[in-house]
Design a protein around this ligand. Structure first.
Ligand code: 13P
Length: 248
């Protein structure tokens, strides 16, 4: 059975004080045995997050693929590992659109993260223009093929995919659960082509884009949606708990 994986992504929000306050309320109640609950935090709050969480898995929101060197402002895998970080979000559309992330750097990052026995959470998703041109599935499949190039099936099963249509992020426009299911199913079929069905069946695929307590149940009821990556709603402790305990 695939794991259900529900992560918040705090993006550029969260001082250490805010993370401390949040986790002191949330961590004990994020103890859903059927869900891996997580939180993507800014680099500066990772230590605090790791120290104060037992149930909530803490994720970084980016990493550089090189081991070290002249990359001003970047953070290496070794640096995250030293803190105890196990999960890293890569290829978020905000990083692709604003900070030059490409399919190639996503691939390099995925390989480097897996080599360090950490878990990449690989984001993909189309723009409104691509959706309106009816090219969502081919666009997303291409992103996935490039992200997984050269990655073995043994490593692929350790990854998580987040399908986040860009037009649904922070807009209040959630994809309908049926539309999200169509794309997540297509991603799984593509993984079965790249690897095999057994491998594809083990990879958890999240949906992201305006997920909220009032729509998560419906999304999670879809056969190929195994979790959620949640921005705005994950900032409020009440909503975060409603999300990670959606089935209670
Ligand atoms: P929202 O939930 O705010 O739409 O953000 C989704 C997202 O980008 C999570 O990574």
């Amino acid at each position: 059975m695939r794991k259900k994986v529900i992560f918040g992504n705090w993006k550029m929000n969260g001082t250490n004080a805010a993370v401390e306050e949040f986790l002191s309320v949330v961590d004990a109640q994020a103890n859903n045995t059927e869900v891996v609950a997580g939180l993507g935090l800014p680099f500066t709050a990772l230590s605090t997050g790791l120290k104060l969480s037992k149930n909530v898995k803490i994720a970084a929101q980016n990493v550089h693929f090189e081991k070290n060197g002249a990359f001003t402002g970047e953070i290496s895998i070794e640096m995250l590992k030293e803190l105890g970080v196990e999960f890293v979000i890569i290829g978020h559309s905000e990083r692709r659109e604003m900070f030059g992330e490409t399919d190639n750097t996503v691939n390099l990052k995925a390989k480097a993260i897996l080599a360090a026995n950490m878990t990449p959470l690989v984001c993909c998703g189309e723009t409104l223009e691509t959706k309106e041109a009816g090219k969502t599935v081919s666009f997303v499949n291409n992103q996935i093929e490039k992200a997984y190039a050269g990655i073995s099936k043994e490593d692929a099963i350790k990854t998580i995919i987040a399908y986040e249509p860009i037009w649904a992020i922070g807009t209040g426009k959630t994809a309908t659960s049926q539309d999200a299911e169509v794309v997540c199913k297509a991603i799984r079929e593509n993984l079965a082509k790249i690897y095999d069905q057994a491998t594809a069946d083990q990879i958890s695929i999240q949906y992201g884009g305006s997920v909220k307590p009032d729509n998560i149940k419906e999304l999670m009821s879809m056969p190929n949606i195994d979790g959620a990556l949640v921005g705005g709603a994950s900032l409020l402790s009440k909503d975060y708990l409603a999300l990670v305990n959606y089935n209670k």
